[in-house]
Design a protein around this ligand. Structure first.
Ligand SMILES: [Zn+2]
Length: 353
């Protein structure tokens, strides 16, 4: 924008009194506060009483345009600058068969405990279309797509938090016609959304299908995206769980109660094939497995998985993320997927072994 075009406004603005300026600033602040307060209104069953008004206000602030701009300025990498260190390594890693290729992209360094974005495509697609999950930092995702000769056509937002959705605007600006998908339960929160989806909505990109699963708890509209190739039924489905499920645990309950999340996880587990690959949004595996081992010291599967996660960290120079795992594995040690009443009671020491 040419700043000299604003020159004719300078004289009238300079003529305004201090009192007028003060009124404008106070009014703008009040309007902005009202906007934030509206965002901070969480559902009645929001879980933790310690989440007082101040927390809610700050939480609401986290979803504003101002916060998005600040995060983009502070954390987005620029072309030519190296990726900051991340627990899952810094090198993009390809996984999966040709029918359902997934590239793990470590982004945002360790600012939010190590985020992942994912590039997904079918090698047989001559149009080289790709989907992206949670592109909070646009540059590394666009660079990875270019390196693979892919054309990003769809962004999938697992939820509105900025460490997952802050890249939407830049993507939409750079790629006209881009489809940006988010939950209908979070319609105004993620930026630049073009398509709102509900539980069980199915999207199509070539031979790939994306089935959306609503798993509220971390946020009201949290989604897990189950991606599969209709031409390759033998290929395990890839499930992108955002902050709803992690390897060894689940996301913090910001906008829903434990009951809400527990019920949703039960439905999700009943729908997914056991060999589905679980791709969570953060590299929290080691921390969560330590907690799982504390809760269930006798769980051998948890101890074994923890040893593998520690091994991956020790080999960080070789960039070894601890994901994906499979649903079958998670069902062996993830306390939040195994919290049936009897097991939970045993873990808490409420009944004798
Ligand atoms: Zn997150």
């Amino acid at each position: 924008m040419d700043i000299s075009a604003l020159a004719p406004l300078a004289a009238p603005l300079a003529a305004l009194s201090y009192r007028t300026w003060a009124c404008v600033c106070v009014s703008a602040s009040l309007l902005y506060l009202r906007h934030i307060s509206a965002l901070a209104r969480l559902p009645r069953d929001a879980p933790c009483p310690r989440f007082g008004f101040l927390f809610r206000l700050l939480y609401g602030l986290f979803g504003t345009t101002l916060a998005q701009a600040a995060l983009a300025y502070l954390l987005h990498t620029r072309e030519g600058t190296p990726q900051p260190e991340q627990l899952g390594g810094t090198t993009p890693r390809r996984t999966g068969p040709a029918e359902l290729r997934v590239k793990l992209l470590p982004i945002l360094g360790s600012a939010f405990g190590g985020n992942y974005s994912f590039l997904i495509w079918d090698e047989a697609d001559e149009a080289r279309r790709a989907l992206v999950v949670d592109p909070a930092d646009p540059h590394p995702v666009l660079a990875a797509a270019a390196a693979e000769g892919l054309r990003v056509v769809t962004l999938l937002n697992t939820h509105w938090h900025l460490d997952h959705a802050a890249g939407n605007r830049t993507f939409a600006r750079k790629l006209p016609g881009l489809q940006v998908v988010a939950s209908s339960a979070e319609r105004t929160r993620p930026p630049a959304v073009t398509t709102l989806v509900r539980d069980q909505t199915v999207l199509e990109v070539g031979r790939l299908r994306v089935r959306c699963h609503h798993v509220p708890g971390h946020t009201q509209g949290s989604l897990c995206f189950e991606v599969y190739n209709v031409a390759a039924p033998q290929v395990p489905h890839a499930v992108f769980t955002g902050d709803a499920i992690f390897c060894g645990g689940c996301g913090a309950l910001f906008e829903g109660s434990a009951h809400v999340l527990h019920a949703a996880l039960g439905v999700l587990v009943s729908r997914l094939p056991r060999d589905s690959l679980i791709f969570p949004g953060h590299e929290y595996t080691e921390m969560l497995l330590r907690m799982a081992c504390q809760r269930e010291p006798s769980n051998q599967a948890a101890a074994k998985q923890l040893a593998q996660a520690c091994h991956a960290r020790l080999l960080r120079a070789k960039s070894l993320p601890t994901i994906p795992t499979t649903l079958a594995q998670e069902l062996e040690y993830n306390p939040y997927l195994r919290a049936s009443a009897e097991q939970l009671a045993r873990m808490c020491g409420c009944v004798e072994e």
